[in-house]
Design a protein around this ligand. Structure first.
Ligand code: ADP
Ligand code: MG
Ligand code: MG
Length: 887
């Protein structure tokens, strides 16, 4: 068995398969730095295994462990030539928690442990610095009493503040040894009062208390919540690091600081950080004193007077710079480093991979390839595909001042400002007048598509991350905040209220869809810069991936955007979206409300030129790439007139009494539209609708061919098929229309016919269906709904309960569920068995989700299709899926 406690210098950790698991991130990196020959204060790591034993031993340290700790302390004593609890030359230590991954929910570090009423005097004598000794002691009492004994820190801060007031000083640094001495007495009294216990004077009691407190903090509420949010297993446990203290608070030759090896916000290869002279531990981040810059350049740029470290401690600074270089070369990544300078001697206290913005992540990865630190493959694997989202949208200029009036869900990233409007028509009207708007609705419906297009951003009071507003906005790349329950909308008065604001129609607001902030007034935004680095990284990704990436698009704008983002075709063109346009909806309504086939054909004839024109535009943009066109899918009543005015308009156009129209609307009503008269069922009942759509498409194709756009092969997709007969009848229909157009125009037309697999029966019977299909496209939104029997639009009410009760790890409408995945895999195998060359892909929201993309790569699909703004995300995720598959 491994030793349970390891000295930083022990070589035993090299034998471990997964050292982080055993020693935690902080411990492993301290060991590594030590072995690189860097100056690390001596210490040891109590492993996560001990945490396990601690809990098994009724939350107490076992005798064996206590003895091992004593032994390890002796080793440090030798290394430092100091003694724990000694009255001449006392050893002080820090006790630091360290889980496998950095966890802000865990215990705070305790510094200066080993001080008591006697050792503090020894320390003073040894260092000839009474103020320093007393300052260290009071810090220790504050930290220990708070973390181990549960005395809240404001008790101590209050005492310090009151004391400074009576003394008439502002800064802690203005307090001298006598001041601290008095305060130490007060602190001890507070501890006795609040904790009903004296502050421990025995240094070993202090140490065991601190180590136990770290273990106990693993089960604290803070840590539990953090684990839940970040999916960290509760059985990992934490390690504890005990390390001899070095002092940055001994005078003006001392300092402490935090530094990144590169700039974490823009990625430039310049060190970036802050330090403070005569300070300890968290002083730099605590905000009690303003920290100073590391480099002269940074200080000058900020117009700051206080010397940079480069200027105040040039020698140590040079040494630190060298070490940062060594660390980067070793870890092959940007590092976030803690250091302390004690009497001009530099000590390294921590290193870890530094957190960074997406922009800098991309730049750093590409730069490191140029510097030959990492390979292209490593660069591609290093970027979180989801993080690319923020690079593709405008963001708020964070330098400007803002007034937040409400918050909601960050449903679709990006920032937008505009006049508040409460209806889609108003958004469209103002858009016509070149005015920017934010569409504010309680929730949105398919009727709002035109308004969502016209508005610069969307804000809804209801609905989750997969609500209509959220899904459509993401698809369009419009910033959106959904479910902002803090806003109370009154459509009639054209006003919305928050707890303390009132916003009228026409007032300007800004929404930040990346964070969910609703802000009063216009905030300047920064345009996304798709820099050279970004496209370079994407081109590397393209070299690695096998999976093709297509897009879901039906408007020329979306198609163009997607192609610019690297889409390799359209995987889903929803023809019904073309029906909602203002100048066509009336004809659509005529078509639906017609009683006879004759009337219906008349209305369809009016629609044909519109559809044809749309197809021509899309074909031209996608020239050379495949375009999958799905025939009409939603239940017809979605297109019906909803209000009096609309009913009146239709009545006039059709010359039908209002009553009759109303009764037809009633006839079309369905109890379960999602499972009703939709998809190919419409094509079976009203073949003339699909015939018109096919005719429009083939005629568009002929026209494109005449105009030199030659290499277009449309893929016609039949929705909602569940039986072999359905696909056969529909395919015959497509072939019939194609032959007619071919004959009339005397040109050759190539096309494919396939189906969406979005019903469990279709997956089960994939072999039969594949007899008539050139391709399958898995419609995973509907397939998820129908496999679970859960309606996505209603799932918001209970989905959270399902996630809380761990029934779902993750919303199955975001990442493909493995049951739905089984159906897809089965249909893939059956389809290929019947038809070796069948093309397989997915469309639906999952096509842009990295986890689902990994699944698609694993089962060998040919492509994924996602909304235009997800295309780069999918390209990167597909490359990673391929690279991981190989490993
Ligand atoms: P966190 O995980 O919150 O960063 P750390 O354990 O790194 O906590 O410690 C908090 C602060 O105390 C850091 O600034 C660190 O550099 C400092 N610190 C920790 N151990 C020592 C030590 N042995 N000597 C001096 N400073 C230390
Ligand atoms: Mg730290
Ligand atoms: Mg569907």
């Amino acid at each position: 068995m491994n030793k349970l406690i390891l000295n930083f210098k022990s070589n035993e950790f090299k034998k471990l398969k997964n050292p982080k698991e055993f020693l935690g991130g902080k411990g492993v990196n301290l060991s590594r730095m030590g072995k690189m020959g860097l100056p690390v204060p001596p210490g040891f790591t109590i492993s996560t295994k001990v945490c396990d034993l601690f809990y098994k031993n009724k939350k107490k340290l076992t005798k064996k462990i206590v003895n091992s700790i004593k032994n390890e302390l002796k080793i440090i004593e030798k290394e430092t030539d100091k003694k724990f609890g000694d009255l001449k030359n006392p050893l002080l230590v820090s006790v630091r928690s360290g889980a496998r991954v950095s966890m802000p929910g865990m215990m705070d570090t305790i510094l200066n442990l080993g001080l008591n009423d006697k050792t503090v005097l020894a320390l003073a004598k040894k260092t000839s610095n009474m103020r320093f000794a007393k300052d260290s002691y009071r810090r220790f009492i504050q930290m220990y009493s708070n973390v181990v004994m549960g005395v809240e820190s404001y008790n101590f801060e209050e005492l310090i503040e009151n004391y400074k007031l009576t003394k008439g000083v502002l800064l802690d640094t203005e307090l001298d040894e006598n001041d601290w001495d008095g305060l130490i007495q007060d602190f001890k009294n507070v501890v006795k009062d609040k904790a009903n216990k004296k502050f421990p004077q025995n240094v070993f009691d202090q140490l065991y208390g601190a180590v136990s407190a770290v273990f106990l903090s693993w089960e604290s509420n803070r840590a539990k919540i953090y684990r839940k949010l970040n999916q960290i297993p509760s059985d990992w446990g934490t390690a504890v690091n005990v390390q001899s203290m070095v002092f940055g608070n001994m005078g003006s030759n001392c300092a402490t600081g935090v530094v990144f090896t590169r700039n974490p916000s823009d990625g430039s290869n310049k060190i970036y950080g802050e330090y403070l002279i005569n300070a300890q531990g968290e002083d730099v981040v605590a905000g009690t004193r303003t920290p100073q810059y590391m480099t002269k350049e940074a200080r000058k740029n900020a117009n700051a007077k206080e010397q940079s470290m480069e200027e105040s401690m040039p020698k140590v600074f040079k040494q630190l710079k060298k070490i940062l270089n060594i660390l980067e070369k070793y870890y092959k990544d940007m590092q976030d480093v803690e250091f302390t300078v004690e009497n001009k001697k530099l000590w390294m206290l921590q290193t870890r991979s530094g957190k960074r913005t997406s922009k800098s992540a991309v730049k750093i990865a590409v730069d490191m390839v140029k510097e030959k630190l990492i390979s292209k493959k490593e660069a591609v694997l290093r970027i979180d595909p989801n993080s690319l989202d923020t690079l593709l949208h405008s963001t708020l200029d964070e330098k400007s001042e803002i007034k937040i009036i409400a918050n909601g869900l960050p449903a679709s990233p990006g920032a937008a400002s505009g006049k508040v409007v409460f209806s889609s028509d108003e958004a469209e009207r103002l858009n016509g007048m070149m005015q920017d708007t934010i569409l504010v609705r309680i929730e949105t419906s398919p009727e709002d598509i035109h308004g969502m297009h016209a508005a610069k951003g969307i804000l809804t009071a209801r609905g989750g991350m997969t609500s209509h507003a959220a899904v459509v906005a993401r698809g369009m790349g419009r910033p959106c905040i959904s479910g902002s329950s803090e806003i109370d909308i009154n459509y009639e008065n054209k006003i919305f209220k928050t707890s303390n604001f009132e916003v009228k129609e026409g007032d300007i607001i800004t929404i930040d869809g990346s964070t969910g902030r609703v802000i009063l007034g216009k905030v300047p935004t920064v345009k996304p810069e798709i820099s050279g680095d970004f496209s370079k990284l994407m081109s590397w990704a393209d070299d690695f991936r096998k999976l093709k990436v297509r897009t879901n698009a039906e408007t020329p704008t979306d198609t163009k955007t997607a192609r610019d983002f690297g889409a390799e075709g359209i995987g889903l063109c929803r023809t019904e979206h073309m029906f909602f346009d203002e100048d066509r909806i009336l004809s659509v309504r005529e078509m639906i409300l017609s009683k006879t086939k004759e009337d219906r054909n008349k209305a369809l004839a009016k629609l044909l030129p519109y559809q044809k024109k749309d197809f021509i535009e899309i074909f031209k943009i996608m020239n050379g790439l495949p375009v999958t066109v799905r025939l009409l899918d939603p239940p017809l009543h979605e297109f019906l007139p909803k209000n009096e005015k609309e009913i009146n308009d239709v009545s006039k156009a059709l010359d039908l009494p209002i009553k009759e129209i109303e009764s037809r609307i009633n006839e079309l009503h369905e109890h379960n539209p999602m499972l009703g008269h939709r998809g190919c069922r419409l094509g079976i009942s009203f073949p003339e609708i699909y015939e018109m759509q096919c005719k429009a498409m083939f005629e568009a194709l002929v026209e494109c061919k005449k105009k030199k756009y030659k290499s277009i092969i449309p893929e016609i997709m039949i929705p909602l098929v569940s039986t072999e007969a359905e696909i056969k009848i529909m395919k015959d229909l497509v072939v019939r229309v194609a032959n007619r157009v071919k004959k009339k125009n005397k040109v050759k037309i190539d096309y494919l016919v396939g189906t969406m697999i979005e019903l469990p029966r279709a997956a089960l019977k994939a072999k039969d269906i594949a007899k008539h299909a050139d391709f399958f496209s898995f419609g995973t939104n509907d397939l998820t709904q129908t496999t679970f029997g859960i309606s996505r639009d209603d799932s918001g009410k209970f989905l959270n309960d399902y996630i809380e009760n761990k029934i779902f790890d993750i919303d199955p409408f975001i990442s493909i569920d493995d049951g739905v995945g089984d159906l897809i895999e089965m249909a893939t195998l059956k389809g290929r068995k019947q038809n070796k060359s069948i093309k397989l892909g997915i469309c639906g929201e999952h096509g842009g989700d990295p986890k689902s993309i990994k699944f698609c790569a694993k089962i060998g699909l040919n492509y994924v299709s996602c909304s235009p703004y997800r295309v780069p995300v999918a390209r990167l995720a597909a490359a990673q899926a391929q690279l991981i598959k190989k490993n």
